[in-house]
Design a protein around this ligand. Structure first.
Ligand SMILES: *Cc1c(COP(=O)(O)O)cnc(C)c1O
Length: 522
């Protein structure tokens, strides 16, 4: 490989023959991009600063005594760097994002427009309350709709993601149990649960025990009943569950849990399948987080922000955290935020966040809810379920669908790697999908299905886009069934080939080091 004049080497993907396709590493209009440190040099600067003469002593001896070592780049170089990187990313605005359990739907531009109104975008959480009445009204109005859609009694708006909401719900449960002097230590979690459920329970100080699933992919009610007892604080259930199946015995489960003196936490991440159709409050649920960044179309991915309000039953509402918005009879809104304001909310377990939650997400979610209306939200659930069933039925002859026999799925379809030959596995199919221009589906989750592939198309995909995805998956699945070893090399067209994701996660390299001179001259 040649060293180019500015000193960085193209880290181009290699083609099947192990050679870089082009001298630059670029492919047509897809541009390779080195690190900022490799483009800029630390002894240059992109701007002209007059020499600063800061009088000694002004910084109390803390002035920098060696160069800052940041690469100097001009504005166009900087803009190009980030634009090129962004083009190597996949996003919901580029194509179908079939990640099961994530509800990656289109984020309407109307939401963005409203969230950017200066009256919402520019408020500060420490402004006097009388100057942010509109923002407080948005929080209050969204809370109203979340309660209406779920049939619950109270809602804590501040948690900042689903997992944060789980913690909030469990802390309410713990506070309620402590109030009645009940020391319970166990939280029961089904085998198919999202990893955040047992993690949250453990973080909240509980011992986690699994409840087995039936062959039909549902919670085993008899096994659950057999385990309930005076040591069980709560059961955490996802409905629809992570196999994309509705738990039809949910009310029986809740009744049994309540009879044993415990609480029902519902993971509401899959609310998209039932919004406007089923109210969790009618199923006996005590606490459920709602991922605004899933069901209510606020953007997610890339690390956030999320937003995970928790709806609560009457039994748990008194323990909800501070702060929250209250409406006075005169129509004004007030933030109740004093931990010690005894009379107003004496039993709050504390607070989850410094301020009030994700204001921008609240504004987007409320815009989404109001622009859809009740009928529109119901149609969201119906179309999401229809799309998932279309995928299930279009692929079940080439991919093993373990629960397809037990009827339609909800908003996501699950497949296994049964029938793949020659050592081809789920990851090979997923990597081949990248070559076809699709983000892979969720892989190897839930754990109850071998080599699971969980596909959630959401309601915002058209028939045309689903057909294209189905065509791509069918072609790859057929290769997997004949043991086509070339799948092991996929992706061959992506900017990077197979990365060691585990090593990258376990041993991230976060600091740039100048390459050894000997290496650079190679
Ligand atoms: C996404 C998800 C969560 C966690 O939500 P975050 O907002 O990512 O913290 C929990 N459970 C299920 C089933 C999910 O899909």
């Amino acid at each position: 490989m040649t060293v180019n004049p500015s000193g960085w080497r193209p880290t181009a993907p290699e083609n099947a023959e192990g050679q870089a396709d082009t001298v630059t590493g670029n492919r047509a209009l897809m541009l390779e991009e080195p690190l900022l440190f490799e483009i800029g040099s630390t002894d240059r600067t992109g701007v002209d600063f007059a020499d600063q003469k800061i009088g000694s002593g002004r910084l109390g001896g803390l002035e920098r005594n060696r160069p800052i070592d940041l690469p100097g780049l001009s504005e166009p170089e900087t803009v190009r760097h980030y634009t090129r990187l962004s083009r190597q990313n996949y996003a919901i605005d580029l194509g179908l994002f079939p990640l099961g359990s994530c509800t990656m739907k289109h984020n309407p531009r109307l939401n963005e427009k409203v969230a950017r109104l200066p009256g919402f975008a520019d408020v500060h959480p420490l402004q006097p309350q009388e100057t942010v009445q509109g923002a407080l009204q948005v929080i209050n109005e969204l809370a109203f709709w979340l309660l209406d859609l779920t049939g619950m009694h109270g809602v804590a708006m501040s948690p900042k993601a689903g997992a944060h909401g789980e913690l909030c719900g469990l802390l309410c449960i713990r506070a309620a149990l402590e109030r009645r002097g009940d020391k319970r230590e166990v939280v029961l979690v089904p085998e198919s649960a999202h990893g955040t459920n047992p993690a949250t329970a453990a973080f909240a100080g509980y011992r986690v025990e699994n409840i087995p699933a039936t062959a039909a992919g549902r919670v085993d009610l008899d096994a659950l009943k057999g385990r309930l007892g005076p040591d069980v604080a709560a059961v955490m259930i996802t409905n629809p569950n992570t196999c994309g199946l509705f738990e039809p015995e949910m009310k029986l489960i809740s009744d049994a849990v309540h009879a044993a003196g415990a609480f029902v936490y519902c993971d509401g991440a899959n609310f998209n399948a039932i919004v406007g159709k089923v109210r969790p409050g009618d199923l006996g649920i005590d606490a459920m987080h709602i991922n605004l960044h899933k069901t209510f179309s606020t953007p997610h991915g890339g690390g956030g922000p999320g937003s995970g309000p928790v709806v609560l039953s009457e039994a748990l509402s008194p323990f909800a955290p501070l702060p929250f918005v209250a409406k006075h009879p005169d129509g004004t809104f007030k933030l109740i935020e004093e931990e010690t304001a005894g009379e107003e909310h004496p039993d709050a377990f504390g607070r989850m966040v410094a301020f009030h939650g994700q204001m921008g997400m609240f504004t987007r979610a409320l815009t989404y809810i109001l622009s859809h209306g009740a009928d529109g939200l119901k149609q969201v659930a119906e179309d999401a379920v229809l799309n998932a069933n279309f995928i299930l039925r279009s692929l079940e002859d080439v991919l093993d669908a373990p629960f397809a026999g037990s009827g339609p799925c909800m908003h996501e379809a699950i497949f296994s790697d049964k029938g793949f030959e020659g050592g081809i596995s789920t990851i090979d199919l997923a990597k081949a999908l990248i070559d076809e221009g699709f983000h892979p589906m969720t892989m190897y989750f839930p754990l109850v299905v071998h080599g699971a592939m969980l596909v959630e198309p959401t309601e915002t995909e058209s028939k045309r886009s689903l057909d294209k995805f189905i065509m791509a998956v069918r072609a790859i699945a057929e290769r997997a069934r004949t043991g086509d070893q070339s799948l092991k090399a996929a992706p061959v067209h992506a900017p990077r080939r197979r990365l060691d994701e585990t090593l990258a996660a376990r041993k991230p390299v976060l600091t740039f080091r100048e390459p050894e001179p000997a290496q650079a001259a190679e």
